[in-house]
Design a protein around this ligand. Structure first.
Ligand code: PLP
Length: 231
């Protein structure tokens, strides 16, 4: 089924566009990150041929291997947990690191970015549902965290990311998406005052099961894997 990925991408793009239309936003306001953690190089090439331009990977190690073949023709996004010992490689290949969840990590990224002469774009991962199993800082700590993290000159804090619980009915997680958007709105004046030139506006939320709800609640970056690469 060689057309599968092309068809899937087309279908997802249409669903994103329809959803945007419903809420009165232009379709270009939502960026699609194709999550390739389970995808082969062949599938990734197919996705690129069908217009995918950003790939999301969970693990630095896997991304390095794929980057070795595909290179910089696409944007690479790190969406999984990052350990400080992998920061050097991560800063080398990723356009956006979605999963910054500690000051230690922010500092390590800043340091490696400075060495490479790069300003590394990052998102702060928020544990919006408060589940113990989830990475991310708690909403209540966000303001203090941003105040500290914005002192690092070689990271650019571009917004917030969250992973919500997996549930059968995505309506259940709508309040979490709304809460993340409200947190971005609330913290936006603070971060804009602290670090000039930062576009603190990205809300990375929504996956295969719930991306339409996430967009309705203000998501402008969706991370979709299964709906693209599985049949
Ligand atoms: C796997 C993954 C996704 C994509 O999930 P799908 O259900 O396959 O769309 C998105 N975000 C993160 C952080 C993931 O690990």
């Amino acid at each position: 089924m060689p057309e599968m990925i092309a068809d899937n991408l087309k279908f997802i793009t249409e669903r994103i566009a329809k959803c945007c239309e419903r809420v009165g936003r232009p379709p270009v306001s939502v960026k699609l990150v194709a999550v390739t953690k389970e995808a082969s190089i062949r599938q990734m090439n197919e996705a690129m041929a069908s217009g995918a331009s950003s790939f999301g990977e969970n693990r630095v190690q896997d991304a390095l291997v794929k980057y070795g073949t595909i290179g910089g023709k696409v944007e690479w996004h790190l969406i999984g947990h990052l350990q400080t010992n992998k920061v050097k490689d991560a800063v080398r290949i990723f356009s956006l690191i979605h999963s910054v969840d500690s000051l230690k990590l922010a500092q390590a990224i800043d340091k490696e970015a400075a060495k490479l002469g790069k300003r590394q774009s990052i998102l702060i991962q928020i544990n919006i549902s408060g589940e113990e199993s989830k990475f991310g800082i708690s909403p209540g700590e966000t303001i203090d965290f941003l105040k500290e993290a914005s002192l690092y000159p070689d990271i650019s804090i571009e917004g917030l990311m969250t992973i919500v619980p997996e549930v059968r009915d995505p309506e259940v997680v709508r309040p979490y998406f709304r809460a993340l958007r409200e947190l971005l709105d609330k913290t936006s004046p603070i971060i804009k005052n602290l670090s000039n030139g930062t576009r603190y506006s990205t809300l990375s939320m929504g996956m295969t099961n719930d991306f339409e709800i996430a967009i309705e609640e203000g998501s402008n970056m969706v991370r979709i894997g299964r709906a693209i690469f599985e049949r």
